[in-house]
Design a protein around this ligand. Structure first.
Ligand SMILES: Nc1ncnc2c1ncn2[C@@H]1O[C@H](COP(=O)(O)OP(=O)(O)OP(=O)(O)O)[C@@H](O)[C@H]1O
Length: 254
């Protein structure tokens, strides 16, 4: 597989990335010499059997976890050797996150949750950013919910708020970890369409970890991991073909 040594057109990349947990006989190799780039303006799905290293790859790319060997870049910036404080700043300014469990702040209403990334950066949103938040709220059908707190919203509405929060700061990349995992299939499809429209409408780059072939079928590109290695890199595929691929990978790693 070609190793991409330049950041051209790549919003994030890793080179010769390995990640081990534990040591000696207990050592687990979660990632084994992975070199891959995430293209700017694309919706990339990361798939693979349970334990294949999907979350670990996402966490290292997003600066949430360290590499044992190799390097990770966000655009032109190597993040592998940054200190915690620098990583926190970088994540806040340049990365958006969407998690399975929504991760909204329960004591804040929708507006408060959407303003949070700006407040954490030490200032509230400026005029332009407030207008952007309002447009996102309207676009996601949440206008009559801005004063509601997360427990007053359905799962699908909470995930829409989480997506709006991730989009509001116009991050270089959004990492989504099983964003439809807690939703029924119809609501899940709506959430996937929202992610897709952010890619088409504003060129947002998104990398999504998922087990779900239907979710991955919304992506432009699908990376398959098995036993800590990238074993396939495909353009958009149907859910049926993705399922077949997953079944064959699960059979090999069983
Ligand atoms: N903190 C940890 N300590 C020890 N081993 C870990 C730790 N985190 C992950 N692992 C191991 O690393 C490997 C890869 O885990 P990872 O969570 O990245 O896989 P995954 O593909 O995301 O799995 P799943 O789909 O089940 O969430 C697995 O063997 C896992 O048990």
């Amino acid at each position: 597989m070609e190793i991409q040594t330049s950041s051209m057109g790549l919003v994030a990349r890793v080179a010769h990335l390995s990640k081990y947990y534990g040591s000696g006989a207990q050592r687990v190799t979660a990632l084994d010499d992975v070199s891959i780039g995430i293209r700017r303006g694309e919706f990339t799905a990361i798939m693979g059997p349970s334990g294949s290293g999907k979350s670990t790859l996402m966490h290292v790319m997003a600066g949430l976890d360290s590499a044992s060997e190799g390097s990770a870049w966000l655009g032109d910036d190597e993040i592998t050797h940054l200190r915690d404080r620098e990583l926190t700043r970088l994540r806040r300014r340049r990365i958006g996150f969407v998690f399975q469990a929504f991760n909204l702040v329960p004591t804040l209403d929708v507006r408060g949750n959407l303003r949070l990334p700006f407040e954490l950066g030490g200032r509230g949103p400026n005029r332009e950013e407030r207008d952007r938040i309002d447009a996102l709220v309207a676009g996601l059908g949440l206008t009559d919910r801005v004063g509601h707190r997360p427990h007053e919203l359905s799962g699908g509405q909470q995930q829409r708020v989480a997506i709006a929060r991730a989009l509001a700061t116009q991050p270089d990349i959004i990492f989504a970890d099983e964003p439809t995992g807690a939703l029924d299939s119809r609501t899940g499809r709506e959430v996937l369409r929202l992610l897709r429209s952010a890619v088409i409408g504003s060129g947002q780059s998104i990398a999504m970890v998922t087990h779900d072939p239907v979710a991955a079928s919304h992506a432009d590109r699908i990376l398959f991991l098995a036993d800590g290695r990238i074993v396939a890199d495909h353009r958009a595929m149907s859910a049926e073909r993705i399922s077949e691929m997953m079944l064959s990978l699960e059979a090999v790693s069983a």
